[in-house]
Design a protein around this ligand. Sequence first.
Ligand SMILES: [Zn+2]
Length: 327
Amino acid sequence: MAGEWAQVDYSIYHTKDQVFEEVEQLVAANPKIMRLDEVVAPEERTPSTPAYASPLKVVTVEPGGLSNNHNKKLRLLLNYGEHGRELITVEVALRLLASLADPGPALARSVQRGHSPHLLKHLLHSSVFKIVPMENEVGRAAVERGQLCERKNGRSVDTNRNWEVHWGFKEKDYDPKEEFPGTRPFSEPETAAMLRVAQHFKPHVWMNAHSGMEALFMPYDHMAHIPEGTAALATQDVLQQLNNISCGGRCAVGSGGKSVGYLAHGTATDYMYERLGVPLSFTWEIYGDTKAHFNDCFRMFNPVTQAQFDEVVGNWTDAVFAHRVWH
Ligand SMILES: [Zn+2]
């Protein structure tokens, strides 16, 4: 049977090394608006902690020109590739970086959807993006060695269960192979570095890209309801518009905990919303083949044809250019 499972087609997908080569080339070609940093959070190590490192590569994009003061700008923190097997999300990050370097075509598509070109340009120039193209580099390397179902990091931790909101709480169907939350909140270098970025950057928008289904999730992941108040209503409104723009109206929209049918504890989106007060916090689940066999992981989480690949990558790049996301 295993011979029938879909494999990664590297004539369509980038390898991990190619991803970072392309990122470095884009940043080098656009030094006035882009910068690449490696973020490492100081680690609390005990002698029994095995050595493990995974610096977080973060691309800062400031279309109005790189500056040191982001106080008056709209700040967006966008995360891709948190789960190794979800290769398609990393491809969206690459396309997004290319689109931010040359925003003409994406802006033109946004204008076609009825947005004012002047407003869009103004918004773009008043924004600063921090984009993590591949949070989970070690997990991704395992996928490229043939472990196509690998989702966790290099220490078998699901970093999207490693955040300090309702951390470690286990549902009846808890599966440590899929969602081991680590030994304590922020035990993982990927999570600790992301926290550091968020604490310094103070984003207005947090977006965590995943695949496996088509859905647009807002808080809460750990409870089966949405928060009260205007920020939650605004988030819901943005997600409904994105559903039409990028998801063909097929996406489930609502709180992760309610819409997905299972509760998730210790997620980044809940932490960003609840602890850091990020007003627009959401998870975009951008693609899924829910009919795929559960062992056919590449197919379940990623488009297998060039046409589907182009459609998903294009749609979810354009989602970032939907001007409602920028308000
Ligand atoms: Zn995921």
